[in-house]
Unconditional design. Structure first.
Length: 45
């Protein structure tokens, strides 16, 4: 988890899926107490 892991976003409507798949990047902060998340463009970011 320290390096991060990419997850696909799950949309509530079909419109988000038609625009292309979106991803989250989740990772554990260096202090090991907090999870950080951000948008990323591709699954391999």
């Amino acid at each position: 988890m320290k390096r991060g892991h990419v997850f696909a976003k799950v949309g509530k409507t079909k419109g988000a899926q038609q625009k292309g798949q979106q991803f989250w990047l989740w990772r554990l902060e260096p202090n090991e107490k907090t999870l950080q998340y951000m948008n990323c463009d591709e699954e391999n970011d």
